[in-house]
Design a protein around this ligand. Sequence first.
Ligand code: MN3
Length: 206
Amino acid sequence: MFTQYSLPYGFADLEPHIDQLTMETHYTKHHAAYTNNLNAAVEKDSSLAGKSIEEILSNLDAIKDEGLRTTIRNNGGGFVNHNLYFSTLSPNPASAPKGALLNQIKEQYKSLEGLQEELAKQATGRFGSGWAFLVAFKDGSLKVVNTPNQDTPLMEKSGGTPILGIDVWEHAYYLKYKNLRADYIKAFWKALDWAQVELNYQKVAY
Ligand code: MN3
């Protein structure tokens, strides 16, 4: 049984960057639906019982039924992606990483701004619905990628582990920002807690 990340802040607490109605709809409708649909789907294949979501998503080919595989790809992806998204947002965010993550960012992207530019470029450039991710690898290196729909880098053999994800589905921003995805991404930075991203990094790179 997979359970939705429980929010340690209220739906209105990310105002004015991310508005209350968007947060409430996103969490109680979209994320809840991905979670419920995932749980219902997993029950239909006994070989999936007891497996972690990472194990399931990194081995989707093992799911023999094509329809079930697609359902788990979409809803399992939606489940983990939103757990990551909501857990890295905060009403009191750290505005920059420090320590090992900051050093690695400087080495690969020159500065935090350099990394944010690359993430914003991939987030705005993703056609239709999808995500931009900062991915970390065991050796400490980082990569910026984008995916369609609810796909996650966890679905690829050497995709690394996402430590930050920007949801660029219209449901994440349309109520407040309408078609202005770039404005939403600028606001996203103001609610992103780099301290949590740093914790995510430390779990991957060791
Ligand atoms: Mn979403």
